[in-house]
Design a protein. Structure first.
Length: 37
C-alpha cells in the first residue's frame, strides 16, 4: 500500500469512525490498514 492510499484510509476512518474491519475494499487489506493506522 502506498503512502497516499494509507493516508486517505486514515482520514476516512477518522472522519467516519468506522472500524478497520468495515473499511471499503478500495483501501486494501484490513490488517495493513490496522498496522498503518
Amino acid at each position: 500500500m502506498d503512502d497516499r492510499t494509507a493516508l486517505a484510509a486514515i482520514f476516512y476512518r477518522v472522519k467516519t469512525g468506522v472500524p478497520c474491519t468495515y473499511m471499503p475494499p478500495m483501501f486494501g487489506s484490513k490488517s495493513t490498514l490496522h498496522r498503518r493506522f
